[in-house]
Design a protein around this ligand. Structure first.
Ligand code: ACO
Length: 446
């Protein structure tokens, strides 16, 4: 279609176009109209380029800092309807997966598009379990970190370093190689995470136990001391597994975008995953549950909650763990997490901060400030309380997010690689700097 036309849009033209899947744009600078196809609820940004003032004009661009209204891909992995509070992986509601599935089965679903049959699940679990060991040299450079190094810093470095142990991972268009790196990444993340944790305690590393489940083995590598065989508490094992299911993917957020963007240069998946992990390290992404705990500790007692809420409403701070860019209804993951919290507290004892959290939620859900702004608890409001009760220090919270998100990142990366429309990510800019100017020798400068 050659979309550029001169002359204003007449009532007849408008009537003719009514009902067609196009967008008619009138450029008031030139008086030209342009008809742009609409597909899947979107126009192609490149179609705007033909809207020009004259032939020397570069063409119109859209300006969208932080990609607030830009779809960067077509995806078949995760569906979110923020207004309705819906989250689905490959069409399956998160509530059903949290109730009936396991993390490894959900990871298979996210990566392969379908739930595995019994044989496929057995093979998948076998391969992941048999890729949990890490090269002994990795232990050496973990030992080089300072005793109080943040575990996310250690994770980012060691994930990137894996690429040096598996140079064949560069063969990204080889399906067999991609599968192998997937086993390695999902299998080794818990080992790297647990080793980083043990390093910060100065404890010897506990090696993977292939007889345990994915989460059971993670607990083993974290908490095993002198016992010959570590036996994870089944309630805690299942609680952690559900938390992993809830964190497995969340479509095009900051870290998924980092994975796709860095991966679009065709770097190996270990380097791209290190970049995604770095994105998750930031307090606006993976660090919010830590902020929730700090806030609850600052409030200190149930009686001080009303005063804190008053200060939030006066603009003196935020109620951390409330609100979400996408969910303008209760975050479906928060509901599930609240249930898990009770189960974990039964085993570990009630986290004393829980009463404060419940009171914050009770008051906020009845208060017009929060109702009118559609501010509801998000996934982070209760997850930190659970992790703390299970014995994790706050610095491990983003690590517990990065581990299960690895399956989502790999799925996003592979979808990007196999999408023929994708190229190396290269956004445009609106240049507002200087025009060309003469280089001034240093003795002429003021
Ligand atoms: N407490 C009090 N007021 C809030 C909160 C909050 N937690 N969140 C938003 N608001 C207010 C804003 O001040 C604003 O008020 P105004 O209209 O009077 O100016 C209004 O609600 C809209 O807020 P925005 O900042 O436009 O909402 P946005 O969608 O951009 O922000 C965000 C979402 C960043 C999550 C925000 O709600 C927030 O900072 N929450 C606290 C931090 C948090 O819990 N982050 C975790 C998110 S989940 C995750 O990343 C895994």
């Amino acid at each position: 279609m050659n979309p550029v036309k001169r002359a204003p849009v007449t009532a007849d033209e408008v009537a003719t176009r009514a009902g067609s899947d196009t967008l008619t744009v009138v450029d008031n600078r030139t008086g030209k109209t342009c008809e742009i196809p609409i597909k899947d609820g979107a126009i192609r940004a490149l179609d705007l380029r033909q809207i020009k003032v004259d032939e020397h004009d570069f063409g119109l661009m859209s300006y969208d800092p932080a990609f607030n209204n830009t779809a960067l891909c077509k995806s078949r992995i995760t569906f979110i309807d923020g207004d309705a509070g819906i989250l689905r992986y490959r069409g399956y509601p998160i509530e059903e997966l949290a109730e009936k599935s396991t993390y490894l089965e959900t990871a298979y679903l996210i990566l392969h598009g379908e739930l595995p049959n019994a044989k496929q699940l057995e093979e998948w679990s076998y391969h992941i379990t048999h890729h949990t060991f890490i090269h002994e040299s990795i232990k050496k450079f973990l030992d080089g970190f300072h005793y109080d190094a943040h575990p996310m810093g250690m994770m980012i470095s060691t994930i990137a370093a894996l690429s040096t142990f598996y140079p064949e991972a560069k063969d990204i268009f080889n399906e067999e190689s991609r599968r192998k790196q997937t086993y390695r990444l999902i299998g080794k993340m818990p080992t790297l995470a647990a080793f980083a944790y043990r390093h910060s305690l100065g404890m010897p590393f506990a090696y993977p136990d292939n007889e345990l489940s994915y989460t059971g083995n993670f607990l083993n590598m974290l908490f095993k001391t002198t016992e010959l065989k570590y036996r994870p508490n089944p309630t805690l094992e299942r609680a952690l597994d559900i938390l992993f299911i809830l964190h497995a993917d969340h479509e095009q957020n900051c870290s998924a975008n980092a994975m796709r963007c860095v991966g679009s240069s065709h770097v190996d998946p270990f380097s791209a995953t290190a970049a995604a992990t770095a994105a998750l390290y930031g307090p606006l992404h993976g660090g919010a549950n830590e902020e929730v705990l700090r806030m609850l500790m600052e409030i200190g007692s149930v009686s001080r909650v009303p005063d804190y809420i008053k200060r939030v409403k006066a603009g003196e701070g935020k109620l951390m763990g409330f609100g979400h860019r996408i969910y303008k209804n209760y975050d479906p993951r928060a509901r599930i997490i609240k249930r898990i919290a009770d189960q974990v507290f039964e085993v570990m004892g009630r986290n004393p901060l829980t009463e404060i959290a419940l009171e914050c939620e009770r008051i906020a859900l009845e208060d017009d400030y929060f109702i009118s702004r559609k501010l509801y608890p998000n996934v982070d409001f209760y997850s930190g309380l659970i992790y703390q009760s299970m014995g994790f220090p706050m610095t491990m919270f983003p690590v517990l997010f990065a581990m299960p998100r690895t399956s989502g990142w790999i799925a996003q990366w592979e979808e990007m690689l196999l999408d023929r429309e994708q190229k190396i990510a290269r956004p445009r800019q609106i240049y507002l700097g200087h025009e060309q100017r003469r280089y001034m020798p240093i003795d002429e400068r003021r």
